[in-house]
Ligand binder design. Structure first.
Ligand code: PNS
Length: 187
């Protein structure tokens, strides 16, 4: 990078500059956020997390806590499952946020959001959010195409299938499968 970093100069860092956070040694960290409800995390989410972690220095996987009351799992349960299934990924951090995602990004020196696109039907909604987040705080959005193995997968469908006794063992990580069984076995 030319001269001082955007962070030390007090500017909003631009993703192309690579500088979004600084290491203790004065280097830079390419840091992105992967937000979602994760109620619960699926193999499709995990696929994106692992691939995003290969491309960036740090990936913050964050649970949006605004709408959490309506979920099957509490925010803390979702965080615990995410931490367990990402334990093998040293550059993945799990956290939650309230309010606007762009505010979380600013507070953590994150200049890009990673989103998975499963099908064209996801695109319109995601495009709108991406443009709004850029308009609000110049936060970029990077779209990753879903692994075709998981392009039909969403948490709400997994919960519905599990609720009616269908087998979701190949759709979610093992610890999540156990949690789903326990939660849905309750009378
Ligand atoms: O897994 P989901 O339900 O698709 O996740 C949606 C989420 C949490 C990523 C999105 O609703 C969000 O970013 N909410 C935070 C509030 C916010 O910033 N809203 C403005 C979006 S332009």
């Amino acid at each position: 990078m030319r001269g001082g970093s955007a962070v030390t100069e007090g500017r909003v860092p631009v993703f192309g500059e690579t500088a979004v956070g600084e290491t203790a040694a004065g280097g830079t960290v390419r840091r992105v956020v992967y937000p979602g409800s994760f109620d619960p995390v699926t193999n499709g989410h995990l696929d994106i997390i692992v691939r995003a972690a290969r491309l960036h220095d740090e990936v913050f996987v964050v649970v949006g806590a605004n709408l959490a009351k309506e979920g099957l799992f509490s925010v803390d349960e979702r965080l615990a499952m995410l931490r367990e299934v990402t334990r093998g990924q040293p550059n993945v951090r799990v956290d939650k946020f309230r309010g606007l995602l762009v505010e979380f990004c600013k507070a953590h020196h994150i200049s890009a959001i990673v989103k998975g696109l499963r099908a064209v039907s996801d695109f319109e909604y995601e495009m709108e959010m991406a443009q709004m987040n850029y308009r609000l705080e110049e936060i970029e959005t990077l779209f990753m195409t879903a692994n075709p193995l998981y392009s039909f997968l969403r948490s709400s469908l997994v919960k519905e299938i599990a609720r009616y006794g269908g087998d979701v063992s190949s759709l979610v990580p093992e610890p999540v499968f156990k949690q789903l069984q326990e939660r849905l076995a309750a009378p």
